[in-house]
Design a protein around this ligand. Structure first.
Ligand code: ADP
Ligand code: MG
Length: 596
């Protein structure tokens, strides 16, 4: 027999208690909410004091705007917020808080006391609230600002309290939440005290630029060792920008502890963006190591939804894929143009690691001795990466505004912060075409450029059959043609971005390359096609490039999965550092007397 049920409104305390489960999972979540409120209140000094890893006390004191007597009580009501008033505001959130449920949730499951005062008020106000019940609300002496103490979290939800982890674990979460807010607000002075012991004292930065202030703060929280070797990321595109630091691969850790990602100054968790950054390090990191990073993404609020999760630790982008690609590309570029790119293997580099051209494994190898280094010219199957532990690549960015110069219509020269970058234009173009071809083959749609006059080619029996076989792939690459009975092929379109003038013969040429590859190498059909188009479609030495073409070439090269080598393993670029130049000029040549 079914019993009739009656639906009734939940008592408000019960509703708050249930809601609290979503907002407050552990002491660290309470700390995060209180810190956010202090930041939103415009404080320049914030201190977090905890006892017993937060389970007996989480207290935040700030010198922000404070609250008047009415707000001091009202702030504990559900959906009480001073931060948004309309649905439109939700589209354009500028504060960390906006849901108006943190204090209500915390007060539902803890013993909370508040002391607050605004600058314009004579007196402050003290409020005590326990399990959602207001026990005290009275004027009191107070400094301008707010102190909120949260005692005995989950005191009235014993089941939740028993879920708390070991104090060391809870404190790690707390300290992480604290550090995240401290990183996002380097101009604010922060302090963390645990059981009366000062864990962090972080004076607010005086630097004007955010990246400078952030660097100071990163140094203070991540330690000087990691901070010596930070790679600056500072890029913007139409709707998204990024600023932050990536640690050198040598400082990669076994834990993911030092990974901080922010979207519009809000610390968030995103396995996908974490993957984007990790993948940029590629083989620079051994398996099981995680790079330290602090990265801030900024997007116009209309491209990102922060109202996905009650604890506001997740966000949703309207263009997930685009954001992923952006993060990966900028990380790759930042790492590629710091001290990590292939260096002229002169033997001067003392600490290097290498990987073979066809070696995609991620394990580290012992550095080669100078006499084991491969020759510079000709077929070279080993790339030497120099990671130069002795110097900090601080603020290493490719000076893309700087000069670009084409040497012998063959090499592109540009300046790095600590040297010169030389890019082989043909090798670079091969890599770019190769990766694009692989992507096109996977997606099944390549960009095609239509020929003004369709091109007729006559194929022999064998080639004609091969072309029929390869047709789906050729079409995916951007070829557009039809084959008639008498083995005449009418080519109407070819892949875009090929060397000028290559359009006419490219189909036959790709077929030829494909055939010779199939004889010599064991490649998959896709790989063979991609290599063939890269080898036959890339610009040759001797082609003049204008400045924009050079810039685009370098930009696109650094967006590649593996910008450092051609599909067949030759280097695409070489870096020459000023140190190395200095060294070479100081070298004494034995047979010649020094004249100066
Ligand atoms: P939200 O931050 O989403 O608005 P909260 O429950 O965290 O919701 O806070 C409710 C309101 O209490 C805030 O909107 C703000 O007006 C006020 N408040 C909370 N903490 C502080 C503080 N430290 N200083 C000044 N006002 C505060
Ligand atoms: Mg809040």
């Amino acid at each position: 027999m079914k019993r009739a049920v009656q639906i009734r409104q939940m008592p408000i305390e019960l509703a708050n208690k249930i809601a609290a489960g979503e907002v407050v999972q552990r002491p660290a979540s309470a700390a995060k909410e209180l810190l956010e409120n202090a930041i939103d209140a415009g404080a320049s000094e914030i201190s977090l004091s905890v006892k017993a890893a937060g389970s007996s006390l989480v207290q935040v004191t700030d010198n922000g705007a404070g609250m008047g007597p009415e707000d001091a009580v009202q702030c504990f009501e559900r959906h009480a917020t001073s931060k948004i008033t309309s649905a439109e505001d939700l589209e354009n959130i500028q504060t960390l808080g906006f849901r108006g449920e943190a204090l209500a949730s915390i007060a539902a499951i803890a013993q909370v006391s508040l002391r607050t005062k605004r600058a314009e008020d004579e007196q402050g106000v003290c409020v005590r609230i326990e399990g959602g019940q207001v026990l005290e609300d009275a004027p009191c002496a107070a400094a301008v600002g707010t102190t909120i103490a949260v005692r005995n979290l989950f005191f009235n939800v014993p089941a939740r309290r028993s879920f708390l982890k070991a104090p060391s674990t809870e404190f790690r979460h707390l300290s992480n939440a604290f550090v995240a807010q401290a990183l996002a607000n380097p101009w604010i002075t922060f302090k963390l005290v645990h059981n009366q012991h000062e864990v962090y004292r972080l004076p607010g930065s005086r630097a004007e630029e955010f990246s400078d202030a952030l660097r100071e703060r990163v140094r203070a929280v991540l330690g000087t060792e990691v901070s010596q070797h930070l790679v600056l990321v500072n890029e913007s595109m139409s709707y998204i920008s990024a600023v932050g630091f990536l640690a050198h691969p040598e400082h990669a850790k076994k834990s993911r502890k030092d990974q901080y990602l922010f979207v519009n100054d809000r610390p968030i968790k995103s396995p996908s963006l974490n993957h984007a950054i990790r993948s940029a390090y590629d083989t620079l990191l051994p398996e099981g190591r995680h790079p330290a990073y602090v990265l801030f993404l900024n997007l116009s609020p209309k491209h990102v939804d922060v109202n996905v999760h009650p604890a506001k630790t997740e966000v949703r982008f309207d263009d997930d894929r685009g954001v992923y690609n952006f993060v990966q590309a900028i990380s790759r570029r930042a790492l590629g143009i710091a001290d990590l790119i292939p260096q002229y293997p002169s033997g001067a580099s003392s600490l290097s690691f290498q990987r073979g051209a066809n070696d995609t494994s991620t394990s580290w190898k012992p550095p080669p001795r100078a006499d084991e280094l491969p020759p510079v010219q000709g077929e070279q199957s080993t790339i030497v990466y120099d990671i130069e532990r002795s110097r900090a690549p601080s603020g290493a960015t490719l000076d893309m505004e700087g000069f670009l110069w084409q040497l012998q219509d063959h090499y592109i020269l540009t300046q790095l912060h600590n040297g010169i970058l030389v890019v082989d234009q043909r090798a670079a173009h091969q890599r770019i075409l190769f990766e694009r071809a692989l992507a096109d083959l996977q997606a099944g749609i390549g960009l095609s450029q239509q020929l003004l006059f369709p091109q007729l080619i006559c194929l022999n029996q064998g080639d004609c059959e091969l072309l029929r076989e390869l047709s789906p792939l050729a079409m995916a690459l951007g070829f557009d043609y039809s084959i008639s009975e008498n083995r005449t092929v009418t080519v109407r379109g070819v892949p875009s971005d090929l060397q000028a003038g290559a359009e006419k013969k490219i189909l036959q040429s790709v077929l030829d390359e494909y055939k010779s590859n199939s004889e010599l190498k064991h490649l998959s059909i896709q790989d063979n096609m991609a290599r063939s188009i890269a080898v036959r479609g890339a610009i040759s030495p001797g082609v003049k490039l204008n400045e924009e073409e050079m810039r685009t070439m370098i930009d696109r090269l650094f967006q590649c999965e593996d910008p450092y080598r051609t599909p067949s393993g030759k280097p695409t670029l070489i870096r020459l550092t000023y140190d190395e130049l200095k060294q070479r000029f100081n070298r004494r040549v034995v047979d010649h007397e020094e004249s100066d």
